[in-house]
Design a protein around this ligand. Structure first.
Ligand SMILES: Nc1nc2c(ncn2[C@@H]2O[C@H](COP(=O)(O)OP(=O)(O)O)[C@@H](O)[C@H]2O)c(=O)[nH]1
Ligand SMILES: [Mg+2]
Length: 407
């Protein structure tokens, strides 16, 4: 991770909260603040990109789906040469070479292979699963093939889940994905949003896969239909036929462990998910401010509280995909009214901000004041970094929210 990454500060400020502030709080406040600190720790400590096993026959649309999720040409579509001899992990990276996702490729999944062949396939999983396992398994099948013979595929799916359970004591959720729904009848209706009879056909295919999976598993996370088709030219999208991808991204978030949420929101570039995570962070940060701000805190501790707010803003900037550095942060803080110069160090910055969010220096600050300021900052950061609104709008948003106490 970039050493300039302010998100690192979050680990620090959370630890400071835990070690320095929490012990000073009365039991009733501690009971409210600690779970919020823990929520933030779940989201923000040891963050990493998600890991999936994506299984499905050749041509099911595995590579296409990966590109559709990232709106980027990260996987080779239609390529058969990339097919490996054994199940193996593939790391997908973005343009800056950052890992965005790890995928376990399983070869020969249900392709009518002989029993002997399947045995060896399952043995290659063993190696791949020795010290790494997927957070979730995506099972892809073409919409037009849901009623072909896929019992074998589902049997292998079960074996894969079983192996992961035995080795890692973790049961990865299975998400069924009905792909290439644009190919269903009526063919003339091939461009989203689809009409009624197309919707019915999609619903039928989805229900069919649900039924087949329910025979083998008693807890399928869900089955979603998608169209993932995107055409690129010179790395740019020139045709977009995606449908329901956004819902899939949102659904997968629910299946993933919390420490992958930040990365998932960032790398999928899905605004509504970015806002959702940002608000989750903002709510916890505000609840902490409320509890801690209600206490008579010596002035020396104020920067500690403030650093939670700064880290919140930095996290929101990170989620938005903006390059995260002091300049961005200072720009934003300046925009909402924090009087800081670009040369300020992070700690000094904390102090400047503490004047903004804790105007009553020297004695007990109002918990409500601290909480609304934190929430106002959160909403302003969402508007500025995620919605990409001008600084002036962010300032208005901050002022509007900071004036109205949280309910
Ligand atoms: N019409 C249509 N074609 C698709 C869709 N998804 C994938 N394809 C096409 O199906 C073929 C196989 O896709 P690919 O992603 O390489 O499948 P993989 O072998 O499972 O990785 C390619 O020609 C894709 O362009 C889709 O949603 N709609
Ligand atoms: Mg492929």
């Amino acid at each position: 991770m970039n050493p300039d990454d302010q998100r690192l500060e979050f680990d620090q400020s959370l630890r400071m909260m835990r070690d320095r502030l929490v012990p000073k709080l009365p039991a009733n406040i501690k009971r409210k603040v600690l779970p919020e600190i823990e929520k933030l720790e779940d989201l923000l400590v040891d963050t990493r990109p998600p890991k999936f096993a994506i299984v499905g026959r050749r041509g099911a649309g595995k590579s296409t789906l990966i590109n559709a999720i990232f709106q980027d040409q990260v996987a080779d579509v239609g390529s058969v040469t990339a097919e490996t001899e054994r199940a193996s992990w593939h790391t997908y990276t973005d343009k800056t070479n950052e890992t965005i996702m790890e995928v376990l490729d399983t070869r020969g999944f249900g392709e009518g292979a002989s029993d002997r062949f399947q045995m060896s396939e399952e043995r290659t999983w063993e190696e791949a699963l020795a010290n790494k396992y997927p957070d979730a398994i995506l099972f892809l099948i073409k919409a037009k093939e849901v009623d072909s013979r896929i019992q074998e595929d589902i049997g292998q799916l079960k074996a894969l889940q079983q192996q992961i359970k035995e080795k890692h004591d973790y049961v990865p959720p299975i998400v069924g994905i009905v792909t290439q729904v644009d190919e269903l009848d009526p063919i003339y209706d091939h461009t989203p949003p689809f009409g009624d009879s197309k919707q019915r056909a999609i619903q039928q295919a989805t229900a069919h896969l649900e039924k087949l999976l329910a025979k083998q598993f008693n807890d399928i996370a869900g089955v979603l239909p998608v169209c993932a088709y995107l055409a690129f030219e010179n790395g740019r999208i020139v045709y977009d036929r995606r449908w329901n991808i956004h819902r899939l991204i949102d659904f997968l978030l629910e299946q993933l462990p919390n420490n992958t949420w930040m990365e998932w929101a960032r790398i999928t570039k899905a605004k509504s998910i970015q806002v959702k995570i940002a608000e989750t962070i903002g709510k916890s940060a505000s609840a902490i401010s409320l509890g801690v701000g209600a206490q008579p805190i010596p002035l020396a501790d104020l920067p500690v509280i403030t650093s939670i707010q700064l880290s919140m803003v930095a996290s929101i900037a990170y989620i938005s995909g903006r390059k995260l550095n002091r300049k961005t942060l200072v720009e934003f803080l300046g925009a909402v009214g924090a009087n800081v110069g670009t040369a300020f160090a992070f700690r000094q910055l904390s102090r400047s901000l503490s004047k903004l969010v804790f105007p009553v220096a020297g004695h007990a600050v109002s918990g409500t004041l601290a909480a609304t300021a934190t929430w106002g900052l959160c909403k302003a950061a969402i508007l500025y970094f995620i919605e990409r609104q001008p600084a002036e709008e962010a300032k208005k948003m901050y002022e509007k929210n900071a004036e109205h106490p949280l309910d």
